[in-house]
Design a protein around this ligand. Structure first.
Ligand code: SF4
Length: 744
């Protein structure tokens, strides 16, 4: 479309007749510089009115355009390119939905009716049963502003200790390990550009080529410069196929592998004694435990050959700059925290930490998985990574919030414990869910769906009628990414601006407005008086000042100017702008004595290992075209056309043994339930392992099968492995897959 410039002063004399001109076209508004709504890479993109919309023609109203941003450098994956399809989606909720009795259908209501109903129910439940009987569940996709206000809403407006969020199911094991080893938890303690400069990288349990394709440019650059990439994964994923070495270990054996690699490093004389002596503590105990992980024993546990293990350690040892990165494969285990600690031990022993170009990091998953866990959505945490049981931290936050410290609740229940007790005598009777689809994304999903149905009040704020919203008593339609301002923190700890590009449809409110309106009805209007993102952001900055995750020096303007700001970034001191922190731990770690901590950690079996009845490992994960529970991406036509349903990957030998052909429908069953999946026969997976992506609900819900065995430290459920069996499916067997009784 032609954009007409305004005439300059000499363009036309006022005495001359004006030449005939075409009808002036409305100048096309500038595209809005923002970020993808999905994963933690938070790729920069521009969002613009589409040509067809600008011409008043039928077609998509908005289009995504490339944007040169320091992280993705113009690249986006198919989820990012198609994300604008959701902006005018016909299934978008634009009115609150309400049912006053459980046997009624949801019907449209006014905002006043819905909010009055919620407030009255909450007040009645709290009056009769106690404040802790109302719970809140947040999401790792919420902006920092929303995450912060949701935590404050739970503690100030509801005065309940029971708030947690789905980030507990994402990277909480790495977060716990980071805190234990380094005294601070930031996904990468270095910019992602360090990946391209590394001489060797050990990547454990991540398929970035499919889950985060734009980050592959860094791995490709690293390989192009002769760097070595070692991938640990039970599947030969596209990421593993691109590696120098693929260690295709048994699911759940990563901790043993890490200890085995450390054992080899000790026996080969690869240790950096100077680093161990000067910058760490706890080495003797870690060394003692590693001594019992001799290579043959580890080969027997993991299935990874001694030769491959030796080659991997040699690459890391010889690298001037080496990175060890973990992700969900290593972390979503009932020993996830200890598994990550074992890999941190290896990094520390080799001296590949705490200096430029070398370090340990985790690749977080959800869009604001990082920021979402720093500002108070976790049940034991206050903004700025403050701890809810620390008296000084409590006093500081109580002061910021204008409440008595005695009125600030203590720690509540972590995610699975909170969700699995809903509607029971020990659990909450009401739940507010914001930005999460727990009916699909929680392990033992059938039990969780039953627990949601047992609530006296379930309120869900969402864009679409997700599987969780379908079970709700009240559904509140809220804004989506392009309709709101705010900030997100990517997996490097870089704080970014999400910018509003368009108005929300009529009838929709922002999550911040919803919280303010509810708080007012609960008698807490004063504490939630300004629901604009900038006002909440400035309050968050004050609340994080002096905390481990200090955002006080990060203004919206500074984010714009610097294209993202790495926390910690304290406020101005004596008029001087404080620098941000792209690299952590260069001089000291964030522990009291500045030293990193080794931890003596031993391998143990998973919560559930294959046996005679359920002879296979089942592991779960993501595919390229979908995101999390699929509430959004399943509604993007091009993505759902390409991948309309879940599938199960199995090895040709296993398929042959069961007489299963590629493309056939099969039943996969665990002790918790069963589902129907299309068989995908591939030699890229081990013979003893099945893989199912977790983006679907109903009969294709992978989390009906998964095991909620919890990591004792992080409370992460064991999503990554359980015991299962597979069989041919015939429609004569059952119309519905068998439901497994609660508690079985
Ligand atoms: Fe969006 Fe993640 Fe894809 Fe980037 S990699 S476009 S942030 S989904």
């Amino acid at each position: 479309m032609q954009v007409l410039a305004p005439p300059g002063p000499l363009a036309i004399s006022p005495l001359e007749p004006r030449p005939l001109e075409p009808e002036p076209l409305e100048a096309k508004p500038r595209p809005t510089a923002t970020h993808c709504p999905y994963c933690s890479m938070q790729c920069g993109m521009n969002l613009a009115r589409s040509e067809s919309a600008a011409q008043g023609e039928a077609g998509p109203g908005w289009e995504v355009q490339p944007r040169q941003f320091p992280t993705n450098k113009g690249g986006l994956c198919r989820k990012g390119w198609t994300s604008a399809e959701l902006l005018d989606h016909p299934e978008r909720l634009t009115s609150p939905l309400l049912r006053r009795a459980k046997d009624e259908p949801l019907r449209e209501s006014s905002w006043d009716e819905a909010l009055d109903f919620i407030a009255a129910k909450i007040q009645a439940i709290q009056r009769e049963h106690g404040r802790d009987k109302v719970a809140v569940f947040g999401g790792g996709g919420l902006t920092n502003e929303k995450a912060y206000w949701l935590g404050k809403f739970a503690r100030v407006a509801l005065q309940t200790p029971n708030i947690d969020y789905n980030g507990r199911f994402c990277m909480s094991s790495a977060a716990s390990a980071n805190m234990l080893a380094f005294g601070l938890d930031r996904g990468l303690p270095f910019p992602m550009s360090d990946i391209a400069r590394a001489d060797a990288i050990l990547l454990v349990g991540s398929n970035v080529a499919e889950t985060m394709p734009p980050v592959m440019q860094y791995f490709e650059a690293q390989r192009g410069e002769g760097g070595q990439l070692i991938v640990v994964d039970p599947r030969r994923t596209p990421t593993a196929a691109s590696a120098t070495l693929h260690l295709q270990g048994t699911p759940g054996s990563d901790l043993a592998l890490a200890n085995g690699l450390l054992h080899i490093a000790i026996s080969k004389g690869y240790l950096n004694h100077n680093f161990i002596r000067s910058r760490t503590t706890g080495w003797d105990e870690a060394r003692r435990v590693a001594a019992s992980y001799w290579p043959d024993r580890v080969e027997a546990i993991t299935g990874v050959s001694v030769a491959k293990m030796e080659a991997a350690v040699k690459y890391l040892h010889e690298a001037r700059r080496a990175l060890i990165l973990t992700a969900r494969g290593a972390e979503q285990q009932s020993k996830g925290t200890e598994t990550v600690l074992a890999f941190i031990n290896l990094a520390l022993a080799l001296g590949k930490s705490g200096r430029e170009g070398s370090g340990y990091g985790t690749l977080t998953g959800q869009g604001n998985g990082q920021g979402g866990r720093e500002h108070g959505q976790k049940c034991d945490q206050l903004p700025g990574y403050r701890k809810i049981e620390n008296p000084e931290h409590r006093a500081f936050i109580a002061h910021i919030w204008g409440i008595d410290e005695a009125d600030l609740p203590r720690a509540g229940k972590p995610a699975f414990e909170l969700l699995s007790t809903l509607g029971t005598p020990e659990g909450a009777r009401a739940l507010l869910v914001m930005g999460s689809n727990v009916a699909v994304s929680t392990p033992k999903a059938l039990l969780i769906q039953d627990r949601l149905r047992a609530l006296e009040l379930l309120v869900v704020a969402d864009l679409f009628l997700s599987e969780t919203a379908e079970l709700a008593d009240v559904v509140l339609p809220t804004t989506q990414w392009a309709e709101e301002d705010g900030t997100m923190t990517n997996f490097e700890g870089r704080v970014l601006r999400r910018r509003k590009a368009k108005d929300a449809p009529e009838g929709v409110k922002s999550d911040l407005q919803v919280l303010a309106l509810l708080a007012a009805r609960l008698g807490k209007r004063f504490h939630f008086s300004d629901p604009t993102p900038r006002a909440v952001w400035n309050e968050l900055r004050r609340a994080t000042e002096g905390g481990a995750a200090d955002y006080s020096g990060i203004s919206y303007e500074r984010i714009d100017r610097d294209e993202g700001v790495f926390w910690p970034c304290p406020a101005r001191v004596e008029g001087h702008e404080q620098p941000d922190t792209p690299r952590l731990f260069l001089d000291r770690f964030a522990t009291d004595d500045g030293r990193a901590r080794f931890h003596a950690v031993a391998h143990r079996p998973a919560g559930e290992e294959p046996d005679q009845e359920f002879p296979l490992f089942l592991t779960t994960g993501r595919v390229m075209g979908h995101y999390q529970s699929g509430t959004q991406t399943r509604r993007v036509q091009s993505l759902s056309r390409e991948r309309p349903r879940a599938f199960v990957e199995l090895n040709p030998a296993l398929a042959q043994a069961h007489g299963i052909a590629d493309g056939e429908m099969v039943r996969v069953q665990s002790r918790r339930g069963a589902g129907e999946f299309e068989a995908r026969v591939t030699a890229t997976i081990r013979r003893d392992t099945l893989f199912i992506p977790f983006h679907w609900g109903g009969a294709q819900c992978a989390n009906v099968l998964t095991n909620p065995e919890l990591d004792p430290i992080s409370k992460m459920p064991e999503f990554k492995l359980c015991a299962a069996k597979i069989e041919k499916f015939t429609t004569d067997d059952h119309e519905e897959p068998p439901r497994i009784a609660e508690g079985s």
